[in-house]
Write a protein that binds this ligand. Structure first.
Ligand code: SF4
Ligand code: FES
Length: 247
């Protein structure tokens, strides 16, 4: 449906409401109606709902441009970014919003992805481990090849929105699975020629069912990632690397 045709429609939002801080509160769906405007995104609609109808509505955002990853939620059954989802996409004007599953619920549509990302970073040691001598601040920098920089940049595009974690059936069944975001970040450091760790070191971190061998290749991560990151290609690459260390 074009934005022009969509102008003036009445949208019905059915929104999950629950505040775990309130002892008597119970999870429920609450309906709201709002007039659609041209180019309206789910984020814009939520903002209007909060400003004009219900200031207690909780949801997250920072950039409004698909960069910070904060506004991820489940929209009509699909985990995605609210600020990148046009309301005109939904022909019947009915939009159901749920918080991302697999994360601690802060309230309503707001979840604590930061806590999960921090735990994964500590568990998988997601920082550059410099080679001996590379931490000498007086040495001359070694230039990186443009090809390597381009490959690193591709994997650095992850905005830590958590969509791939919520879309992952393995993660929903096994809470300890590191998810595509964890594996993508390991792939980023495995690729980085400045990192001192070798395939065996990475094997000790992800060479198990909670890591690269736990993925059931259901493609939920790749199908839903708002940054179109190549999860399957990178997971297959890591699997080959890990398998070689076993030989
Ligand atoms: S890999 Fe994609 S879906 Fe997963 S956290 Fe990063 S940007 Fe979001
Ligand atoms: S508000 Fe930053 S990605 Fe949507």
């Amino acid at each position: 449906m074009s934005q022009q045709m969509a102008k003036g429609r009445t949208l019905t939002f059915s929104i999950f409401r629950y505040d775990p801080q309130m002892p008597d509160d119970k999870p429920k769906m609450v309906d709201y109606q709002i007039e659609e405007a041209p180019g309206m995104t789910v984020f814009i609609a939520l903002n209007q709902l909060r400003e004009l109808q219900d200031p207690s509505l909780q949801f997250d955002f920072v950039c409004r441009a698909g960069i910070c990853g904060s506004c991820a939620m489940v929209i009509n059954g699909m985990p995605t970014l609210a600020c990148r989802t046009l309301t005109s996409k939904f022909a019947d004007g009915k939009i159901k919003l749920m918080p991302l599953p697999g994360f601690e619920l802060i309230g309503d549509l707001s979840v604590n992805t930061g806590k999960f990302m921090r735990e994964i970073a500590e568990r998988l040691k997601l920082w550059l481990h410099p080679k001996v001598g590379d931490d000498d601040i007086h040495r001359l920098e070694t230039p990186m090849s443009p090809e390597e920089a381009a490959k690193l940049y591709e994997l650095e595009r992850c905005v830590e929105c958590g969509v791939c974690v919520s879309a992952c059936a393995t993660k929903q069944m096994r809470d300890t699975f590191v998810g595509a975001v964890g594996l993508m970040k390991i792939a980023r450091f495995e690729l980085d020629s400045r990192d001192a760790r070798n395939a065996e070191d990475f094997y000790h971190v992800i060479g198990n069912q909670d890591g690269v061998f736990g993925c059931m290749t259901l493609l939920g991560c790749q199908d839903n990632c708002p940054k179109d990151l190549p999860h399957m290609q990178q997971i297959a690459y890591l699997r080959r690397k890990m398998a070689v260390t076993l030989v």
